[in-house]
Write a protein that binds this ligand. Structure first.
Ligand code: NCD
Length: 318
């Protein structure tokens, strides 16, 4: 993967690169189960987490991933920064760059913000979620979780259900699953299905049932209320939940051993019933654990390059 100078999205990332990242992540996951959860490989490297939007899982996961690899981590959060004193995004980012990080991890409410910074800064930039665009490390952890349970992606039917239009998770997941050979169906209210979504290689449904039929993976998404405009996209939450929510009855339409996934934060009782979220089909907490491994893989590959990844996979660096 020489040439991977950052990770801004999964669009255009080939199967070969994705599989290398998944292989790396799988072996990184072993590190997390050791009594001493630390390897020295990124000692002397530094990572800045710059989060301009709220986050629980993603920020902690990047921080922990960097620490397990022995990198130094600095955390920046917009709400208590000079942004509140009128500094621009670029000036804030240049200030962070002046601390000489090797990798800048960026989450921002504007689609394209990490790309904007990547073209202006000298360090590697990783997109930790930009607006409604992409969230590549979330898709990697989703792929990792599915591969752990199913072995590979050929012939798998993946249903992604909910607010597709405002979901960066959906867009990255679609790119990743389609590239690795799964068939992807998306479903949601018509007002939440982007026009032309089929061009990404998915089937789109305005009802949940046909998308769930025989699905091996069911990924539920939160309604991204903070991104909805003033015009309501569905009548009431109650109705949304009744028509588009995943409950145990509906889940019976999917394959018997279907995996239930959710990137979090969940709105239990809206898009997913509590007994389904916490039920035997759910891999939602495994997704969180796998997030650390996936981010370790990304940080590692960016810092050490393809040769480093090969050496790690051969077992020489562990
Ligand atoms: C998602 C996000 O922020 O894009 N969460 C996450 O990173 N795990 C999804 C969401 O906010 O609904």
């Amino acid at each position: 993967m020489s040439g991977l100078s950052g990770l801004l999205g999964l669009e255009g990332v080939g199967a070969d690169t994705l599989l290398t990242l998944l292989d790396l992540a799988e072996s990184m996951r072993d590190v997390l189960t050791r009594p001493i959860k630390k390897v020295p490989t990124l000692r002397g490297k530094s990572v800045i987490n710059a989060f301009f939007e709220p986050s629980t899982r993603t920020r902690m996961s990047f921080e922990y991933a960097a620490k397990v690899l022995s990198a130094d981590v600095m955390n920046f959060s917009a709400s208590n920064s000079s942004l509140t004193k009128g500094e621009t995004l670029l000036d804030t980012a240049r200030t962070l760059e002046a601390l000489k990080p090797d990798i800048l991890v960026v989450r921002h409410g504007a689609s394209g913000a990490p790309h904007f910074l990547a073209s202006r800064l000298g360090c590697a930039v990783v997109n930790a979620g930009d607006g409604i665009h992409e969230h590549p490390t979330q898709a990697l952890l989703d792929l990792l979780t599915v591969r752990e349970h199913r072995g590979d992606f050929d012939g798998l039917a993946v249903a992604i259900i909910g607010d597709i239009a405002h979901s960066r998770v959906a867009r990255s997941a679609i790119h990743g699953f389609v590239t690795l050979g799964a068939s992807v169906r998306v479903a949601g209210p018509r007002t939440m299905l982007p026009i032309g979504i089929e061009t990404l290689g998915v089937e789109a449904f305005d009802r949940v049932e046909p998308a769930l039929e025989g699905a091996d993976v069911v990924m539920m998404l939160r309604i991204q209320r903070e991104r909805l405009g003033a015009v309501p996209l569905f009548p009431t939450l109650r109705e949304y939940s009744r028509v588009f929510g995943l409950n145990a009855d509906r889940l019976r339409l999917a394959a018997d051993d279907a995996l239930v996934m959710h990137p979090g934060p969940m709105n239990k009782g809206v898009e997913i019933a509590p007994d389904v979220a916490d039920g035997p089909w759910s891999v939602i907490l495994e997704q969180v654990t796998n997030g650390v491994a996936a981010r370790m893989a990304v940080l590692y590959l960016l810092a050490q390059g393809r040769a480093g990844a090969d050496a790690w996979l051969k077992g020489g660096l562990r």
